[in-house]
Design a protein around this ligand. Structure first.
Ligand SMILES: Nc1ncnc2c1ncn2[C@@H]1O[C@H](COP(=O)(O)OP(=O)(O)O)[C@@H](O)[C@H]1O
Length: 322
């Protein structure tokens, strides 16, 4: 299959799966769940609560991802995976910390704020890919990627109508987003090395990373006591099981496309796809609902398209001699 076709299929797969994934993620983590609590005197009161179990949510995702990859390798066996275990373990740790931090951030910041923050992902992936992942890029590539990121953020950033003190200050939520971005960068860097040194297939990389991630998370769930609280929450609100199962399924299929992109094209193109996906989702909804773009959003959209165009056509450096 030609490379361009492969790239477009991967991008389309990521777009579709994570579109659905995003809707469910917002529903689970930002929704209010209410139930009737009965005290010792038999008086019942309505209690509202939020879902706050980031470790458990990520564990379910990694668990389903693991079995998804395992199933595919069972049906279509691949050759031996020679990825050093240390690489698998370290990328699994940073990958799950990235997810846990960005899910935890949602307890303090709104979903759009988190999405805008995480739109910066290609930058740490690129910088740490060079510093740790032994990649190198022509100078103009940095510029094009920066253009895309700035454009996406310009486009999606929303000024608040009423700015409360807590909304403008830099708090725990923002810190968690920064931490998550750093972890994303480290994950990409280790994946660069894995790609260069062991060349596993997408399914093998998916299996390797998720198996370690499951082990780490199982320990964390038990030690933190979150497992019990999560089970109690789920028994109060069984609807969460449906949402989490659908989220995990959409995530697993989406992750297959992610790993196909990472193993075939690298973590940086992958993060550019996932970031522009967020932009296209918002652009799509603006067009669908006939909303008017502000001047800043126009500027953002033009910047994204220019950055993407330049990146696609001009970022190849001079061909490297082996
Ligand atoms: N390089 C990668 N390696 C493994 N999984 C990844 C990678 N990039 C993204 N993912 C998976 O795809 C999910 C969605 O990624 P993305 O769309 O960038 O959103 P987020 O802002 O939550 O990171 C992540 O939570 C992670 O599970």
């Amino acid at each position: 299959m030609p490379n361009n076709t492969k790239f477009l299929i991967c991008a389309a797969g990521i777009f579709v799966c994570y579109f659905y994934f995003g809707i469910l993620q917002e529903k689970i983590t930002r929704g209010q769940y209410s139930y009737e609590a009965v005290d010792e005197n038999g008086v019942s009161t309505k209690v509202e609560e939020r879902y706050t179990y980031a470790l458990a949510l990520v564990f379910v995702q990694c668990f389903v991802n693991y079995f998804f990859a395992k199933g595919m390798l069972y049906v279509w066996p691949h050759g031996e995976d020679t990825t050093p275990k240390l690489y698998c373990a370290s990328s699994a740790l940073t990958y799950l910390l990235a997810m846990v931090c960005s899910n935890m951030a949602l307890q303090w910041v709104s979903y759009p704020t988190q999405v805008v923050g995480k739109a910066g992902k290609p930058i740490p992936v690129m910088v740490l890919g060079v510093l740790i992942g032994r990649k190198s890029y022509p100078m103009k590539k940095y510029f094009f990627v920066l253009m895309i990121v700035i454009g996406v953020i310009l486009f999606m950033y929303k000024e608040k109508a009423s700015t409360k003190q807590s909304d403008t200050s830099f708090g725990l939520g923002e810190l968690l987003i920064l931490l998550s971005l750093t972890m994303d960068g480290l994950t990409g860097a280790v994946q660069e090395r894995i790609k260069a040194e062991a060349k596993p297939t997408a399914q093998q990389m998916m299996l390797g990373m998720n198996s370690f991630a499951c082990m780490f998370l199982a320990v964390a769930l038990l030690l933190s006591g979150e497992l019990i609280k999560f089970i109690e929450f789920v028994s109060r609100h069984p609807i969460v099981v449906t949402h989490i199962s659908l989220l995990a399924l959409a995530g697993a299929l989406g992750q297959l496309f992610i790993f196909l992109t990472v193993t075939e094209f690298g973590p940086l193109p992958c993060s550019v796809i996932t970031t522009t996906r967020k932009f296209f989702t918002v652009l799509g909804s603006v067009m669908l609902f006939g909303n008017v773009l502000s001047a800043r959003q126009w500027l953002g959209a033009v910047t994204v398209f220019t950055g993407l165009f330049l990146d696609v056509f001009f970022s190849k450096g001079p061909p490297k001699k082996k």
